[in-house]
Design a protein. Structure first.
Length: 403
C-alpha cells in the first residue's frame, strides 16, 4: 500500500522524480572506454541528498530517469568528424583568449574540445562555458548545416554508415563543415516557412552498458534494483519494489534511439515519440486511484537543471500529470533546486537553456514552484499533515488519451 499524507485535507501521494543522476554527469574523470563524461559542475553533490530522501521514505514512489545512449548516437560530437575538426579550431582560439597553452598534439585537444564546460583553474573555481555546436535538421530530420552563435548556418557534407542516402535509421554524420553559408540565418529560414530544428552536440556520455550510465552508490538504491538494471540492458523501463522499505522504483530509459535525443522523461526531442513514462504514469495513476488517492505531488530534481530536469518537469506538467487529473485527482509539480545542478549557461529566463533562468521559466510557463529539500524530507514522514495552496500541474491545457 502506498504511503499517503494529508495535504489540505485530502489523501495525497508523493512521487519523487530524480532525473539522470548518473556517473556520466557527476564524475568528470570517466574515460570514453567507461562511457564518457558530460560533467555537470558540482553534480556529485546531488546523489547523497537523493539517497537521504530514499532512505527516509517507506512505501513511497520513485521515478528515476536514465540517459541511455547507444555509442553511435547523433548527439555525440565525436560521431561527427567534420564538427570535431571545426570545434578543435574554435577550442584553440579559446585557449589563446584564456591565456592557456595550446597543445601541439591534436590528440590532447580532442577530448576537451567536446566539453561545454572547461575548468582552466581547477574544479574549485568557476568554470568557463564553451558554447557547444548545434547541427541543423530539416523537416525530415536530415542534417543540413551547423548553426553559429550569430544565427548563420554553415553548410556541411554528410556521410551515412552505409554510404547510401540518409534514412530514419541513419541520418548520417557530418564529415566536413564547409566555408560557405546559407543565404539566410536560421531564424530567417524558419520565418520563411522552413521546418528546421537543431540538435545540440555533446561529449560522449551515459553509453549503454558502461560505468557512465550507472547510478552512484551514494543514492542508496536497493540491491535488487541495481541487479535488475545491470542485468537487463534491453528493457526501456525497469520496475522494482523493495520488500524492506516498501518503496517502488520506476526507472525510465531515454535517449536510447541513435537518431533522436531525449531531454524530457516523457517525450523525445522530435516532439512526437513518447517514452515509457506515459505507460508508467498511467499505471501509477490507476493504482493510486484504486487506493483512494485524491491528490498527487510530484517533486522533480536532478541533472542538468536547465536541460533534462526542466524538460522533464514540463513533460510532467503538460501531459504526464494528466493521468492523475483524468482520474479525478489533483496534481502538483514541484522543482527541488537543492538536488539539482546545471550547466553554467549565462543569462536570465529569456535566454534559452540559461542555468539561472530554468526555475523562472518553469514557474512562469507551467506554474511549477520551487520547494526546499527540507520540505521534501518532511513529506516523507509518516502521518505528515500538509497545508497551503495546491498548485495545479500544467500552465496550459493539452488533450491526452488514456489507455
Amino acid at each position: 500500500m502506498t504511503r499517503f499524507i494529508n495535504h489540505n485535507g485530502k489523501k495525497t501521494a508523493v512521487i519523487n522524480m530524480f532525473i539522470d543522476p548518473e556517473n556520466g554527469f557527476l564524475n568528470p574523470l570517466l574515460s570514453p572506454a567507461q562511457g564518457g563524461s558530460l560533467y555537470v559542475p558540482k553534480g556529485e553533490e546531488v546523489a547523497s541528498l537523493m539517497g537521504d530522501i530514499i532512505s527516509q521514505t517507506s512505501n513511497g514512489i520513485f521515478v528515476i530517469g536514465q540517459d541511455y545512449h547507444p555509442a553511435n548516437h547523433i548527439s555525440f560530437a565525436a560521431n561527427h568528424p567534420g564538427v570535431m575538426e571545426y570545434r578543435i579550431g574554435k577550442y584553440k582560439e579559446l585557449l589563446k583568449a584564456e591565456g592557456q597553452n595550446v597543445p601541439e598534439n591534436e590528440a590532447d585537444l580532442y577530448l576537451p574540445a567536446q566539453q561545454p564546460v572547461l575548468f582552466f583553474k581547477g574544479f574549485d573555481n568557476p568554470p568557463t562555458f564553451f558554447p557547444f555546436e548545434e547541427i541543423v535538421l530539416d523537416g525530415d530530420r536530415n542534417i543540413i548545416g551547423v548553426k553559429e552563435a550569430d544565427g548563420r548556418v554553415r553548410k556541411v557534407e554528410v556521410e551515412t554508415t552505409s554510404g547510401l542516402a540518409p534514412s530514419s535509421k541513419d541520418r548520417g554524420r557530418v564529415s566536413k563543415v564547409l566555408d560557405n553559408y546559407f543565404d539566410q540565418t536560421f531564424d530567417e529560414m524558419r520565418a520563411n516557412g522552413k521546418q528546421l530544428s537543431t540538435q545540440t552536440l555533446w561529449t560522449e556520455h551515459c553509453i549503454q552498458g558502461t560505468e557512465s550510465c550507472k547510478y552512484p552508490d551514494a543514492m542508496k538504491l536497493p540491491e535488487g534494483l541495481t541487479r535488475k538494471l545491470y542485468g537487463d540492458m534491453m528493457s526501456k523501463s525497469i520496475y522494482h519494489r523493495d520488500a524492506t522499505s516498501g518503496n517502488e522504483f520506476h526507472v525510465i530509459r531515454k535517449g536510447n534511439r541513435s537518431e533522436v535525443d531525449s531531454y524530457g522523461i516523457g517525450v523525445e526531442n522530435d516532439g512526437e515519440t513518447m517514452t515509457p513514462a506515459w505507460e508508467v504514469f498511467r499505471d501509477i495513476a490507476s493504482k493510486l486511484k484504486s487506493e483512494g488517492c485524491e491528490q498527487v505531488i510530484v517533486n522533480v530534481g536532478g541533472l542538468a537543471s536547465n536541460f533534462c530536469v526542466e524538460f522533464s518537469a514540463n513533460n510532467t506538467a503538460d501531459f504526464l500529470a494528466g493521468h492523475f487529473k483524468m482520474r479525478g485527482m489533483d496534481a502538483e509539480v514541484n522543482y527541488v533546486p537543492e538536488i539539482s545542478r546545471g550547466i553554467p549557461i549565462p543569462g536570465g529566463a529569456e535566454v534559452p537553456f540559461s542555468e539561472a533562468g530554468a526555475p523562472v521559466r518553469m514557474q512562469q510557463t507551467r506554474g511549477i514552484k520551487s520547494i526546499s529539500l527540507a520540505e521534501v524530507l518532511d513529506q516523507q514522514k509518516p502521518g505528515r499533515s500538509a497545508s497551503g495552496g495546491l498548485q495545479l500541474a500544467g500552465g496550459r491545457d493539452r488533450q491526452v488519451a488514456v489507455g
